[in-house]
Design a binder for this molecule. Structure first.
Ligand SMILES: NC(=O)C1=CN([C@@H]2O[C@H](COP(=O)(O)OP(=O)(O)OC[C@H]3O[C@@H](n4cnc5c(N)ncnc54)[C@H](OP(=O)(O)O)[C@@H]3O)[C@@H](O)[C@H]2O)C=CC1
Ligand SMILES: O=C(CO)COP(=O)(O)O
Length: 333
């Protein structure tokens, strides 16, 4: 569900993974012309230039056509639209189907992760909801550059089944039962990538960016542990792995949005320039609110929120962060 850059790329991963088993993958595109292009030319030129999609992918703008008979429903639409969209098609999901979220945002207003929104709106039990997250820049995967990822589900059998369905020659899924840790790693790294992009945009060098990445991981760790996730998850692909990929890649939309802010553009101007979803812009406030609810210190996230909401200039961000009271590096609370 979603024919953007990741929805389309992940459809290709799955189609390549299951081609020999005679399984087909269907994409729901909200625009007729996108569905038509995928069916007729096997391309999605708006999001993936130069990528030829496998023959066992088809598309439709009719949700019923796509969801009818689907064993696995994969969600790849912008996080802030999920609730409304899912409400419109939850009754079309087959009674035993599993729902897999590829989304990396936190819902504003409720501070819920996407797996929680799915559970609430579609009224599904935990063992039918999974999350996939990792260092997965869509454009690189569409070019079949090797990478790995994590399928998280509280039910081991479900996670293994999904991993089989997306294990392709260039894509290696691991499994994990720490859904919260995997999901939050993917959400918070977008905010840290905004901060790193801001440093880049202001012309700062690698020491500064490395400091933000490392201390970004520290504050992500504090939040995940406070909410009941695991430390080892954050050392893995969906934690450190995704953080490094997103913070160091010019392909990252969050990193790019941060860089434009660092170069002095206003948020409205940045939003106008972005043709794809940069989840961190909208999730930053929700993550900060969540951190306050649980009394977790997240100074980089707080500074990013202040910049996005016009309460702090990017130039004053470093001064604010460095002027805080000195403390031990190992403090996880
Ligand atoms: N791109 C990447 O590298 C990765 C992305 N992700 C995550 O995947 C999720 C989807 O991102 P991605 O595919 O990159 O996003 P894109 O911006 O590339 O595409 C978004 C897709 O959602 C559709 N869409 C936009 N707004 C709505 C809406 N209000 N209701 C329904 N559909 C809508 C778009 O349709 P239309 O074309 O008609 O506008 C498009 O098909 C995000 O949470 C992102 O963080 C995770 C890993 C990697
Ligand atoms: O999640 C991603 C890589 O794992 C994609 O990051 P961006 O959304 O910043 O492009």
């Amino acid at each position: 569900m979603g024919a953007g850059s990741w929805g389309t790329t992940f459809a290709k991963v799955m189609a390549d993974a299951v081609a020999e088993q005679g399984i087909s993958v269907q994409i729901w595109a909200r625009r007729d012309d996108a569905a038509h292009e995928i069916n007729e030319r096997h391309t999605n030129s708006r999001y993936l230039r130069d990528t030829k999609l496998p023959q066992n992918i088809s598309a439709s703008s009719d949700r019923q056509v796509v969801l009818c008979g689907a064993d696995l429903v994969v969600l790849a639409i912008p996080s802030q639209s999920l609730r409304a969209e899912l409400d419109g098609f939850k009754d079309l999901i087959e009674p035993d189907a599993v729902v897999l979220s590829l989304m990396k945002g936190l819902e504003r207003g409720t501070d819920l992760r996407m797996s929680q929104v799915i559970a609430e709106v579609a009224e599904l039990p935990e063992n039918r909801i999974a999350v996939l997250s990792g260092p997965n820049l869509a454009m690189e995967i569409a070019r079949e550059q090797p990478t790995a990822s994590v399928v998280a589900c509280t039910d081991e059998q479900t996670a293994n089944w999904i991993a089989q369905l997306c294990s392709a020659p260039y894509f290696r899924p691991y499994t994990n039962d720490d859904v919260l840790g995997v999901e939050l790693g993917g959400i918070v790294k977008n905010i840290i990538a905004l901060a790193v992009g801001m440093c880049d945009g202001m012309g700062m060098g690698d020491n500064t960016k490395s400091t933000v990445i490392t201390r970004g991981l520290a504050e992500t760790t504090r939040l995940v542990l406070a909410l009941g996730g695991r430390l080892d998850t954050l050392a893995g692909l969906s934690g450190l792995g995704d953080l490094v990929a997103t913070c160091s890649s010019s392909l990252s939309r969050n990193n790019t949005a941060g860089r434009l802010l660092g170069q002095g553009l206003f948020l409205d101007e940045v939003n106008d320039r972005m043709s794809q979803t940069a989840e961190g812009i909208k999730s930053a406030r929700a993550v900060f609110d969540l951190s306050r609810t649980h009394d977790v210190d997240m100074p980089i996230t707080e500074a990013v929120v202040m910049v996005l909401e016009g309460m702090l200039s990017v130039e004053n961000m470093a001064e604010r962060l460095l002027a805080r009271e000195l403390k031990s590096e190992g403090e996880l609370q």
